[in-house]
Design a protein around this ligand. Sequence first.
Ligand code: NAP
Length: 261
Amino acid sequence: MGILEGKRALITGIASNRSIAYGVAKCMHREGAELAFTYQTEKLRPRVEKIAAEFGSDICVEMEVSSDDSIAKAFKDLKGNWLNFDVLVHSIAFAPTEELKGSFIESVTREGFKTAHEISSFSFAAMAREAKSMLNEHASLMTMTYLGSVRSVPNYNVMGPAKASLESSVRFMAADLGPDSIRVNGISAGPIKTLAAAGVSGFRSMLKHVESKTSLRRNVTIEDVGNTAAFLGSDLSAGMTGEILYVDAGYRNLGMNFDME
Ligand code: NAP
């Protein structure tokens, strides 16, 4: 029996079969969860429907997180299929590509800063607010974050402060929802080649660097992240909330790593 047997999980942020959310869906499906999905725009619906079908689901609802109405409507639409559910996976981020290269100070704009925070951070709390009345006791909410929240990383720029805000939201949301036995956590993944990641300038060099330096001497995969997400969604992690779990092959713990002469 899988660790998510009897649970229903809503998965956001699938853009392709390289998306982190795809790895999460794959692992949660393997562990017995029933899945539903969101897509950003009508144009992307066929792609997400095809992926949903792979996991035995025909529940796909539109959710464009820059709109409060769209978020509210998505949960209303979901209610047409599920009156309640157990797991919410937030796997969405965006910042203008021009701001993901070069100097942070020189590239950051008022609008870009606002957009990055709105789409990548505010959307998690906004989703939780709409989802709350549908969440079962012992529900688990999770989001995807990155080391750039707590360390400066070349070219990650405005996404760093946005992820710091997201991680702070995890802690506030965990405190809010804890009394209702609902948990909120984040997974800080190492770099993985996805559509969103391709927007960060020099991403290939980042992958090479991590692979050669990190403790496990490899980059992580969407399945590595998906397995941790399945654990977080399950009752095996029942005592954990407000945490950021690092799935980064050990990179976060290194102060320095070079060959001794
Ligand atoms: P991805 O496959 O490109 O997924 C990003 C998702 O965000 C896409 O499905 C995209 O939808 C969605 N999205 C962007 N703006 C949206 C909006 N306004 N409304 C609704 N959806 C929107 O990339 P990913 O790497 O898997 O990213 C998933 C999460 O993991 C992000 O939070 C990212 O920061 C985080 N993360 C990634 C890495 C990495 O190295 N890849 C590492 C750590 C954390 P469309 O494609 O339809 O625009």
